[in-house]
Design a protein around this ligand. Structure first.
Ligand code: PLP
Length: 398
């Protein structure tokens, strides 16, 4: 290289050294978008998928592949595909399940707001009909499946913000009996608490922005499924291009390493906070699957890791309107009034002005979201500090 011009050296010098005889302990961030091989035949074979390798990052990337392997292992699935966001993963799973013009989806009525809008506002314009149903009402779900003959049934294993728990095995059995594929969003539970693929689910999707990443610093999504379905996801993504980038994959993988440790603390803290809130005179209702009065406590106990009910809670401040709830949220000194969930930090959110803003107060009341409802993503801080913060904020805002 030394005889070359400075223009050429600036571009090539130092790159593509001898193949290393060492293995990095941590997967490096492969920012290269393209790859070269010893021969053109090798490159051709990779293009033809006759040998493993990478040609272009929209088709696959070694750092992203490491994350995909890790999430597939944690969910007990054959393969996974990582996306730029949870929404991209949900979109891709719907397309891979052959949801197309003239077909129907049966979906939980309380899916995440953007998922609801994706189906009701975007897919509807492409000729896809969605029938929304209370996913905890198995009779209503079966009736919807029989009448609609859907291509896919989509629901969240634990719903937002009322923490309803779906009876995944019963829903899978029902959907498969009528030839529908099952897509579940396991974001709230995380694979530590619940592994839906073990119950026959076809696609598990995550917003890895939440518990998988866990630190509030990286957006992403993952779909976990069979090797065969993953080929379809990859072919679709070559066209649609919602891939996760290698830097984001690396950060997510770093977060993933402590997922079980974090979840132990999230679950333990949430259980204690829920019990404390339940006894508080200013709290009229607590939604937490670990509480014996939760409508699906039995389902959660049957399906979830023993003694673990997740890190999400929602609660109703008695006789509170929006102003009182805002006063409470502003009085918090440790817990942060911010969107998102599943981070190491405790995050408090007001569903009526965020995820369910588009609904009228009557519509919100009908699905159980009152003016005093607060959603709480319990962090991994010391639980005594979390409770003390809630206590002082309830006191100061009363
Ligand atoms: N699914 C659930 C349950 C969510 O809570 C969210 C986001 O809050 C999403 C999907 C969408 O994920 P993302 O924001 O990573 O696109």
């Amino acid at each position: 290289m030394t005889s070359k011009s400075i223009f050429t050296l600036a571009v090539h010098a130092g790159e593509r050294g001898p193949r290393p005889d060492f293995t990095p302990v941590v997967t490096p961030i492969y920012n290269s978008t393209t790859y070269i091989y010893e021969s053109m035949e090798d490159l051709d074979a990779v293009f033809a998928r006759e040998r493993p390798g990478y040609v272009y990052t929209r088709y696959g990337n070694p750092t992203v592949a490491a994350l995909e392997k890790a999430v597939a292992a944690l969910e007990g699935g054959e393969e996974a595909m990582a996306f730029a966001s949870g929404m991209a993963a949900i979109h891709a799973a719907l397309l891979a399940a052959k949801v197309e013009a003239g077909t129907t989806v049966v979906a939980a009525q309380d899916v995440y707001g953007a998922t609801y809008a994706l189906l009701s506002r975007l897919f509807s314009t492409l000729g896809v009909r969605t029938h929304f149903v209370d996913i905890t009402d198995l009779t209503a779900v079966e009736q919807a499946i029989v009448e609609e003959k859907p291509r896919a049934v989509l629901f969240e294993t634990v719903s937002n913000p009322l923490l309803k728990v779906a009876d995944t095995p019963a829903l899978v059995e029902m959907a498969h009996r009528y030839g529908a594929e099952v897509i579940v969003d396991n974001t709230f539970a995380s694979p530590y608490v619940f592994q839906p693929l073990a119950h026959g689910v076809d696609y598990v999707v995550h917003s890895s922005t939440k518990y998988l990443g866990g630190h509030g610093d990286v957006l992403g999504g993952v779909a976990v499924t069979s090797a065969q379905r993953c080929v379809t996801l990859r072919e679709l993504t070559k066209l649609v291009g919602g891939n996760l980038g290698p830097n984001e994959a690396w950060l997510t993988m770093r977060g993933l390493k402590t997922l079980p440790l974090r979840m132990v603390q999230h679950c333990r803290n949430a259980a204690q906070v829920a019990a404390w809130l339940q006894d508080h005179p200013r709290i009229s209702r607590v939604h937490y699957p670990g509480l014996s009065d939760h409508p699906q406590h039995e389902v959660a106990t049957r399906l979830f890791r023993p003694g673990c009910y997740g890190g999400m809670i929602s609660f109703e401040i008695a006789d509170a309107d929006q102003a009182r709830v805002f006063a409470f949220m502003e009085a918090l000194q440790l817990c942060l009034p911010a969107t998102s969930l599943g981070d190491v930090y405790s995050l408090v959110m007001y569903p009526a002005h965020s995820s369910h803003r588009a609904l009228t107060p009557e519509e919100r009341a009908q699905i159980g979201i009152g003016a005093g409802l607060v959603r709480f993503s319990v962090g991994i801080e010391d639980v005594e500090d979390i409770i003390a913060d809630l206590e002082q904020a309830l006191e100061r805002s009363s």
